[in-house]
Structures are given as C-alpha cells and as structure tokens.
Design a protein around this ligand. Structure first.
Ligand SMILES: C[S@@+](CC[C@H](N)C(=O)[O-])C[C@H]1O[C@@H](n2cnc3c(N)ncnc32)[C@H](O)[C@@H]1O
Length: 215
C-alpha cells in the first residue's frame, strides 16, 4: 500500500514550485485575479468571521500555505494557531510572516501521516479538498481533531474554469485535482462524524461550508 505522502508527491511538488505565485494571489489586483482567483481571499474572510464568533479559540489550519490566513485569524482573536503543510517553501513564507506572533506552531508534513493528539476549537481546510485523493479519510482525520467548528472550501465543476484548471494542474503540472457537488461534500462530512453542515457561501465555481462534530 502506498503512503499518502507518496501518492501526494506531485501535489507537493506543485505547491513547492508555486508557493510565491500562490502567495501573490492575496495581493494582486489584476482583473483576472479578481474574477477567477477570488477563492483564497474569500476563504480567509470566512475563517476570520468564524474565529471572531468564538472566544479566543485554538485554531488548526490544515494545508496552511503561506500564512496569509494565519495572520488574519490570529489578529481576529485566535489564542493559539497550528498550521500544517507539506511544502517547505510554503512553510518558509508562513514562518517569516508569523514571526511577530506568539503561540504559533508550524508543522511540516502530510497531515494524514502526522500524529497530532490534541483537539482544536476551529479546524480550517481552505483550498485543500481540491487536492485530496482520499477526502473521506481526510474528513475523519479532521473530525478527530475538531471540538467546535470545521471551515472547509470545495470547488465544483463548471464549464469555464474546470477545463482551464484541468489543463493547468493535471496536464501541465501533473497535479491531480478533484471537484465536488454539495451533496458529495455533505455526505462525506456526515459520514466522517460532522453534523449541522451549513453552506455559508454558494458560487458557480465552488462553495464554502461550516460544520460541527456530531454529539
Ligand atoms: C491552495 S493552497 C491553500 C493554502 C491556504 N489554506 C490558504 O487558503 O491560503 C493548498 C495548500 O495545501 C497544502 N497541502 C495539500 N495537500 C496537503 C497534505 N496532504 N498535507 C499537508 N499539506 C497539504 C499545499 O502544500 C498548499 O500549501
């Protein structure tokens, strides 16, 4: 049986090469970015609003990337922040960005293979499910570590962006990507032990959910 880290090697290579370009999506003002790459900024806004609704929550950010979401949720009141990513380049950007904060832990590795015994009030999975070949197992991993709220984003198939993404990720960079219907995501999260799955934002190319562990 191959390990998750071995199966995910092309995805890791992709983000290792594209870390700076991904980071710039948060600041670029071009029309193309604003129209086609709004997801990261909107995911960050949702994470901030969820963190602000809890009293000083602990936050786990799975696939934390360059730390843009981290700095926003810490400023919004997170008491502790743990980010996991398997791209050392992404983690380097995150480390530089988060130097000024205390109570930050950045973990290097494939989250599915990390032994993380503690639970967190808020678990973030922003822009992550699009790259996971075993999303049901990933959702179970998150459920085991979530004590209050999961925030997750999903891409759906659409006629304009999906062919562009397949060309960019799969044909050019050999990085597999995955799409979801709302029913898929709800069923998967329920099977993993989440209840009250709420679709907080629905767009033509994706949707954002929050969910809580079932009692
Ligand atoms: C699209 S980026 C999103 C980054 C961040 N969540 C954000 O919204 O700014 C996806 C991130 O997930 C990381 N990632 C993907 N699969 C992973 C895995 N199995 N374990 C750890 N990190 C992973 C990638 O390296 C990348 O940094």
């Amino acid at each position: 049986m191959t390990t998750s880290a071995a199966r995910m090697a092309p995805t890791r290579r992709y983000f290792e090469k594209r870390a700076e370009a991904f980071d710039r999506l948060y600041t670029r003002q071009s029309l193309g970015t604003r129209l086609l790459r709004r997801g990261p900024r909107r995911g960050r806004d949702l994470a901030v609003s969820v963190v602000a609704r809890h009293a000083s929550p602990s936050v786990l950010d799975v696939g934390c990337g360059p730390g843009r979401v981290a700095e926003a949720v810490i400023e919004a009141g997170a008491s502790t922040y743990a980010g996991i990513d398997f791209s050392p380049h992404m983690l380097r950007l995150a480390r530089e960005r988060l130097e000024r904060f205390e109570s930050v832990e950045l973990l290097d590795g494939d989250f599915m293979e990390l032994d993380l015994p503690q639970t967190f009030d808020v678990v973030l999975a922003l822009g992550l499910f699009d790259y996971l070949d075993e999303p049901g197992q990933a959702a179970e991993w998150m459920r085991a570590r979530c004590s209050a709220t999961l925030v997750a984003t999903f891409s759906r198939r659409d006629r304009i962006k999906t062919p562009i993404r397949r060309l960019h990720y799969e044909l050019i960079h050999r990085c597999p990507i995955y799409f979801y219907t709302e029913a898929d995501a709800e069923e998967m999260l329920s099977a993993a032990g989440f209840a009250s799955v709420e679709f907080v934002s629905r767009g033509p190319r994706g949707f954002f959910v929050t969910a809580s562990p079932s009692q």
